[in-house]
Design a protein around this ligand. Structure first.
Ligand code: HEM
Ligand code: HEM
Length: 238
């Protein structure tokens, strides 16, 4: 239902894509820990009960994340560019103590969260569901997939911490709010997207250098995801 909102405001499409990706990823992280506890536990335990079905549940959450994530990536690199790493981000990181330092770090952690999730999804697609039940715990892709869990947990922690630092609780809550402004009504999305595309074409002509960086980063993530599908399908067929 449309409604009025106090600042900060997040576009509804962002909240949906970010929310579904975030929830699926967190469910994958939790069920991943449970899968590890059920079959492995060499690097410490979470003391979760042994549950063989958890591997399949984890695979399902992983798969959902893999399906929704490309849409979020396209949104973030096209529509949400301002909140990602910028061409001058590294220069701005030298301005310690100034507010821009925190904002820059926040944008970098947003971007790193995308890459951490890409790594987890790619290495997950390289896994075989047979390895752990058969006690095969020394596959390189399994170690990389385990490592991707640690990287993702750390990156999400930094991402949330930086969001809390730059915007406090109101910013965190703005990402979970269901109200939206009249001009953000899903009925107007088609019109809004066409208008935005026209604006992007003009601004990319004016600012070619920064547009190129986002295109390259987006392509790296999307090609990695396509490769994950292609390689895992080829392995299944081969
Ligand atoms: C794997 C999980 C996650 C990924 C990949 C991720 C990624 C991102 C990205 C790329 C953005 C910028 C969006 C844009 O371009 O407009 C963003 C924004 C944001 N994220 Fe996440 N996120 C994740 C999980 C979370 C979680 C669990 C929270 C906790 C509440 C959270 C809170 C936020 C907030 C508050 C913003 C808005 C920041 C702003 O307006 O400057 N994120 N996230
Ligand atoms: C403790 C860390 C982890 C363990 C022990 C683990 C375990 C596994 C196992 C055994 C599989 C093969 C099962 C199957 O394909 O159905 C798998 C697949 C997968 N995992 Fe993980 N995982 C971990 C972390 C993560 C994380 C953090 C993510 C991402 C959010 C993730 C995403 C995936 C994906 C996308 C698949 C492929 C699903 C499919 O093709 O059906 N995993 N994982």
């Amino acid at each position: 239902m449309p409604g009025k909102l106090s600042q900060p405001y997040q576009p509804l499409l962002l909240r949906i894509l970010h929310g579904v990706t975030g929830i699926c990823a967190i469910a994958a992280i939790f069920t991943a820990a449970w899968t590890y506890d059920t079959y492995d536990g060499r690097f410490g335990r979470f003391f979760l009960p042994k549950l063989e079905a958890i591997e399949g549940i984890h695979g399902t959450f992983g798969l959902w994340t893999l399906l929704i994530f490309p849409l979020f990536v396209v949104y973030a690199f096209r529509r949400g560019q301002k909140r990602l790493i910028q061409p001058d981000s590294l220069q701005k990181l030298s301005q310690r103590g100034k507010p821009i330092f925190g904002y820059t770090l926040h944008r970098i952690t947003n971007t790193l969260a995308i890459f951490a999730l890409t790594f987890a999804l790619f290495s997950g697609k390289m896994m075989s569901e047979k390895w752990l039940p058969q006690g095969e715990l020394n596959h390189i892709w399994y170690y990389l997939h385990l490592f991707s869990w640690v990287v993702l947990v750390i990156m999400i922690a930094f991402h949330v911490l930086m969001a809390a630092k730059v915007g406090g609780t109101p910013l965190l809550l703005s990402m979970m709010n269901w109200k939206f402004r009249t001009q953000d009504n899903p009925k107007l999305w088609q019109k809004n997207i066409s208008e935005w595309k026209a604006n992007v074409q003009i601004s990319s002509i004016l600012n070619n250098h920064s547009a190129r960086i986002f295109q390259i980063l987006e392509a790296i993530v999307l090609i990695t995801i396509i490769l994950a599908w292609v390689i895992s399908l080829a392995k299944e067929l081969g």
